[in-house]
Design a protein around this ligand. Sequence first.
Ligand code: F6R
Length: 254
Amino acid sequence: MDTAPTIKIAPNNSAFHILAADIFMGAINRVAAQDGPIRVVLPTGSTPLGLYRELIANHVHRRDLWDRVHYVALDDYAGLPPDDRRLFSNWLDRDILGPLSIPSSHRTIFNSAAPDPSAECARMDALLDQGGIDIAVLGLGTNGHIGFNEPGSAFDAHTRLIHLSVDSLEANAAYWGGMDHVPHTAYTLGLGHIMQARETILLVQGTHKADILQRMLHDPVSPALPATALRRMRNVTIIADRAAMSAAEPFPRT
Ligand code: F6R
């Protein structure tokens, strides 16, 4: 059965990031009410950058919470050495994990250079099976991908090595100075683990996301459009700006 996500619409760019930070901190506080680590999945990409700036500017003092946060990688390029600046683990280190002083002992990341990718995926799955995701912050690909779960990804898929779709290669080329610099393979957590997250926050901004957001909300729930999986998940909040909502039909929202 479909579960209607909560949709929050931000009137402008700065309101979007402040809203995202407030909702994220609300989720962190809810999980923190119980003992134990707070396992958080965070995306790279352009959409969450304002959220990260906002967390650093206005919430960095919550040491009581950050000391309990364990970052779990959502996805990362494969085959790169640990110091490659393109690695998502290094990107997030620069933009959020470093500034929030999340120690490396609280970071579960992919070993991009692992000699045996299958064993690397199994290692990640075993860690996720020991303790699932508390809060998944996600972005929406223009092709409907979640993490690097590209169209066709099964809802029960495990962590795996994937070949980036042309859409994803093009989207990633913008960050690294052209297609020649984008690795063609990547690791991604599978929807099987992502869908078990206790709370999920999906960030969607811009007119270029309007069509896919509309389809995510109204197309049949299917691996053909991986983001429709969020309609089968609990406690999902979509934070969108007006541009991203411009193609959306009426939908329950708060
Ligand atoms: C990145 C990731 C991707 C992005 C998505 C949206 O770690 O998992 O799924 O979240 O491609 O990217 P932006 O925010 O750049 O539009």
